[in-house]
Design a protein around this ligand. Structure first.
Ligand code: FAD
Ligand code: SF4
Length: 518
């Protein structure tokens, strides 16, 4: 064999650079499903089904692409005994003795390291090709980070807008401002969201059903439900999701991006105006350029609100690319960071939703039912509780990697360690994202269905988030009062008497000790 091409589970694009010079007469492909990828964290069943089904569909598309025959192996979970990808690759390398092993940059540091080590051990030449799916290469990001000492998404995003000439009028942003974030934070008011677009309708094909059965057999005790599985497993389905989003949701995307709602009406889509495109992007069933192009085209053709279109493009061209950049810039350090030296164990109800804190219950229930929760639920509910309750970042990170269908480490880890937990000491955020229950009350209706009171910081019915917020501010008073972005928060602590502080701290101690029962 001339080249052995390795295709990983999140590299399901036919324009994968590893396939660039593929010659089916002398090259071979290997794809492998291994149990370790589903069990290294306790993966949600829907996440396992998504990956395995999308991989099987992709391999079928590859076979179709080469009607005269494809040299290759697709190793199904139930048809081999390799526990890890490294074991599966080793067997293929010794079997085929390729001149070169070719792969597109893996999305995970650990896998890249395994691959480099393996090829060295086996004396095989490894070629790692740049991942052209992303709009900013690793090298370009490293260069940008060197020139811009302050790693801030906003500055990176402006550069990307200029580079790709997106929503620009000459050198200036269309509409005069780079960012309409302030318009993206509306609440649903008392009456709740009106005319929520329906979730896309999806039918499960035979292949996905087989995978569902396999997952129920092999991982019966894993968390999460498969009843609501809607995720695209083919490029065609991903394109339908994109079309649905542009047609039915993009216009309303901006306004209520940050709002959350517990609906009494079970037929209302839990996804609100969110795009549901993260899985398709992360598996590379969609290219970010085509997603952005579709949004820009709709903006021009349908005169959609600029705040919605800009807000959406910022997520993909800005956040998604920036997050990938900082992951590779800071690994492996990022995976070890624990700025506050937090060591508390993840409460058991993170896996069940069995808590009296209604915001956590709702977000975790959504997560377990759908493998999905939106950005603010992840950042300001389950994530924020993680920092305030001083949870060990490793345990929180493992939870996020396990429970979301779109979780792959390059995007999960910076969001959890960097954004939600401030575990890396604010490498790319100007302050920790913390707030009291008042924020959750403003942005949702969760508090009106809760036994706790968001405005109370002490006493039996005090909101645990509020108690822990004030406790956190008292504990870190010095650093918070020195940071111009957080100094205002500490002004409120200045009004507390010593007795007030002691009361908050005692209640916080109680909450942390009783954490599995709150
Ligand atoms: P929309 O709200 O419709 O946003 C559009 C797209 O923008 C998303 O599909 C996504 O590709 C991109 N995007 C938006 N925010 C971010 C962000 N912060 N980082 C990177 N891309 C972004 N996203 C993942 O894809 N995988 C994860 O494992 C993941 N873990 C997260 C953990 C935490 C603590 C937080 C705060 C965010 C995390 N995100 C993750 C980002 C974001 O929450 C999801 O991308 C989004 O909720 C997916 O739903 P959607 O496609 O409907 O997104
Ligand atoms: Fe969450 Fe506190 Fe509101 Fe209850 S009162 S829903 S715990 S923020």
């Amino acid at each position: 064999t001339r080249h052995l091409v390795l295709i990983l589970g999140d590299q399901l694009n036919l324009d994968n650079p590893a396939l660039e010079d593929f010659d089916s007469t002398q090259d071979a492909i290997v794809m492998a499903e291994v149990s370790h990828e589903a069990t290294q964290v306790w993966s949600h069943k829907a996440r396992i089904v998504l990956f395995l089904s999308a991989m099987r569909h992709f391999y079928a598309a590859l076979v179709h692409q080469y009607p005269s025959g494809l040299q290759g192996s697709y190793l199904k979970l139930d048809e081999h005994s390799f526990a890890t990808l490294k074991d599966a690759w080793a067997q293929q390398i010794s079997l085929l003795k390729p001149q070169k092993v070719i792969v597109c940059e893996p999305g995970e540091y650990r896998l890249e390291q395994d691959l480099i080590a393996l090829c060295k051990e086996m004396n095989a030449e490894l070629v790692v090709r740049d991942d052209t799916h992303f709009m900013c290469s690793k090298a370009d990001f490293i260069h940008w980070a060197k020139v811009n000492k302050q790693l801030r998404m906003e500055f990176f995003y402006r550069k990307m807008r200029q580079k790709y000439d997106l929503l620009m009028q000459g050198d200036e942003p269309v509409g005069g401002a780079w960012n309409y974030d302030a318009e993206n934070r509306k609440t649903f008011g008392k009456s709740g969201p009106q005319n929520v677009p329906a979730a896309p309708q999806v039918s499960i094909d035979g292949l996905t059903q087989t995978v569902i059965d396999t997952v129920e057999t092999y991982f019966p005790n894993h968390p999460g439900s498969l009843k609501n599985f809607i995720w695209p497993v083919t490029r065609a389905a991903a394109l339908q999701f994109l079309e649905d989003f542009i047609k039915n949701k993009l216009a309303g995307f901006g306004d209520h991006q940050d709002a959350m709602w517990q609906s009494a009406n079970s037929s209302q889509s839990p996804y609100l105006w969110h795009s549901l495109l993260s899985t398709s992007l992360n598996l590379k069933l969609l290219n970010p350029r085509e997603v952005i192009a579709a949004a820009v085209a709709a903006y021009h053709q349908q005169q959609l609100p600029l705040a919605s279109v800009e807000g959406f493009i910022r997520q993909i061209l800005g956040w998604r690319e920036f997050i990938r950049g900082v992951y590779w810039l800071d690994m492996p350090k990022m995976g070890e960071a624990n700025h506050y030296k937090h060591t508390c164990t993840l409460p058991s109800w993170y896996w069940t939703g069995d808590t009296h804190m209604n915001c956590m219950k709702q977000t975790i229930n959504d997560t377990m039912q759908h493998g999905y929760a939106h950005h603010i639920q992840r950042l300001m509910v389950t994530g924020m509780f993680g920092i305030l309750a001083e949870l060990n970042p490793r345990e929180v990170e493992a939870w996020y990697l396990a429970v979301y269908v779109d979780a792959v480490e390059w995007v999960e880890l910076p969001n959890v360690a960097g954004m939600a937990l401030y575990a890396n000491g604010g490498r790319f955020t100007s302050k920790p994202y913390i707030a009291s229950g008042a924020y959750i009350k403003r942005m949702s209706n969760y508090c009106s269905h809760c036994k706790y009171k968001p405005e109370l910081k002490t006493g039996e019915t005090a909101c645990p988030t509020t108690t822990l917020y004030w406790n956190f501010l008292i504990k870190h008073y010095d650093t918070f009062s020195r940071n111009p972005r957080t100094t205002l928060m500490t002004k409120n602590v200045d009004r507390f008497s010593e007795a007030d502080k002691a009361e908050v701290q005692a209640r916080a101690q109680y909450v942390l000790q009783q954490i599995n029962a709150i």
